[in-house]
Design a protein around this ligand. Structure first.
Ligand code: FES
Ligand code: FES
Length: 151
């Protein structure tokens, strides 16, 4: 079984796994990192959204071999110790979450958007394709604007 070494949330990890095993399975089943959620497995729902070298990815369609020597960040790695990321703070202030299943992916997508553009327009926010079955889109939009203002 090939072994793969990369960084997850600032910690170097080595896992033994087939080259084509999706990163989401490695995170959840081999490393016990459960923030990235499984919804569809085919890059549609975006519930698993995480970051690879700072850019948003869907780990359900990224093979573990593509992560060698690179930096993976999940929702668990977003806060700085006890200090939440501004997007997490905004999420709490706006009381965004309902069932919460999609929310780690929503937050990681929002953080990636704010890295690409400091002052996103409504169209930029609407372009986030993460699905929320509870329909929290209005509060997500307000939280992203609030986070943008404080970053
Ligand atoms: S699980 Fe749906 S996009 Fe990854
Ligand atoms: S908060 Fe329930 S699916 Fe988004």
């Amino acid at each position: 079984m090939p072994s793969h070494t990369f960084t997850v949330n600032g910690r170097s990890v080595t896992v033994d796994a087939p080259d084509d095993l999706p990163l989401l399975w490695v995170l959840r089943d081999l490393l016990g990192i459960r923030g990235p959620k499984y919804g569809c497995g085919v890059d549609v729902c975006k519930a698993c959204t995480s970051h690879l070298d700072g850019a948003d990815i869907r780990p359900c369609v990224v093979p573990v071999k593509a992560c060698a020597g690179r930096e993976v960040t999940t929702i668990e790695g977003l806060a700085d110790g006890d200090t939440l990321h501004p997007v997490q703070e905004a999420w709490l202030e706006q009381d965004v979450s309902q069932c919460g299943f999609c929310q780690p992916g929503q937050i990681m997508a929002a953080v990636a958007l704010l890295k690409r553009t400091a002052t996103p327009t409504d169209a930029d926010i609407d372009a986030i394709a993460n699905i929320c079955r509870c329909g929290t889109y209005v509060r997500i939009r307000e939280a992203i604007k609030s986070a943008a203002a404080r970053m």
